[in-house]
Write a protein that binds this ligand. Structure first.
Ligand code: GUN
Length: 293
């Protein structure tokens, strides 16, 4: 058993149940949408036939249905080029019935991902990947924050895990997870270290973490030698080994060393979807105000 702060006593290896928290958040959101009179609508854009991406997009559309957000899906062939994808994004930008646009990543390697991200209007960028949104996040005045890190903050809040004063170590520096995660934790008064593939003495650094967020895309890479006794461990990894989903953390060997840990599946993934729904509703509400943009 570990103390996290003066008021919270947490049992060893508490499993942070993202699915349960997602259900709660979606239920609340559905009520808010029904009461609002708004008609939020999400557009997804997918290029190619990657089965994992197709599954994630289907899950996003299903969540939309659950919370009474309308959704449309644009599907482009693998051979589509950067210009073609951008043209589709521009059609959605101009459509007043579309509140939010999500371009499913990764895009095929011949497409310039950054150009596509920058083509999405910032006020419809419910993924929060546009430089305008990332810039606002790093300035401490976010509008749309990327869904995975925002979902992680929600999960920590729901379990009353107070990050203020914690040393948070974020493994990975992607624009989808690592960098925005660091910005959100900094805004929540954590002391933040980001590690990456060139970091020296990695376990020496990660063992200093009160909160360890792992987003490196290496199946079961983080073992007990990376984790301080009693740390909170958040696993963003979604890797498939022989068809079985596993995280970047070796859950079975690490969990007894933690005070709280997310499972894969059922941890961070559902929270990403909950945040996407919340961002889409926010986009719909903001579209009726004279915006800050
Ligand atoms: N691929 C994996 N995660 C994400 C995400 O959060 N947003 C998008 N657009 N693509 C992803």
């Amino acid at each position: 058993m570990r103390w996290h702060n003066a008021s919270l006593f947490i049992l060893n290896d508490m499993i942070l149940d993202g699915k349960k928290v997602q259900e709660k958040r979606l239920e609340i959101l559905k009520e808010q949408i029904d009461e609002s009179g708004f008609s939020p609508r999400l557009a997804t854009v997918i290029v190619g036939n990657d089965p994992a991406s197709e599954l994630y997009v289907r899950m996003k559309h299903r969540a939309c249905e659950q919370v009474h957000i309308g959704s449309v899906g644009v599907s482009l062939p693998e051979r589509a080029g950067t210009k073609e994808v951008i043209r589709e994004v521009q059609v959605l930008n101009r459509d007043p019935d579309i509140s939010g646009i999500l371009v499913q990543l990764p895009l095929p390697s011949h497409i310039d991902t950054m150009q596509v991200i920058e083509a999405v209007l910032p006020e419809k960028d419910v993924d929060g990947f546009h430089p305008a949104n990332l810039g606002r996040l790093f300035a401490g005045t976010p509008i749309f924050s990327p869904c995975t890190p925002q979902g992680i903050m929600t999960l920590l809040n729901e379990y009353q895990i107070e990050t203020e004063g914690m040393h948070a170590v974020v493994m990975g520096r992607s624009i989808e997870v690592g960098r925005p995660m660091a910005a959100l934790l900094l805004s929540a008064n954590a002391t933040v270290t980001i590690t990456h593939s060139k970091t020296r003495d990695l376990p020496l650094i990660t063992r200093q973490a009160d909160l360890l967020v792992v987003a490196i895309g290496k199946p079961r890479y983080v073992g007990p030698s990376f984790v301080k006794e009693g740390a909170v461990v958040i696993d963003v990894g979604t890797n498939r080994i022989d068809g079985v989903l596993c995280g970047d953390v070796d859950f079975d060997r690490v969990k007894d060393h933690t005070s709280a840990i997310t499972p894969v599946p059922g941890g961070v993934g559902p929270m990403t979807i909950a945040s996407l729904m919340e961002n889409t509703f926010l986009a719909a509400k903001r579209s009726l105000c004279t915006g800050v943009w």
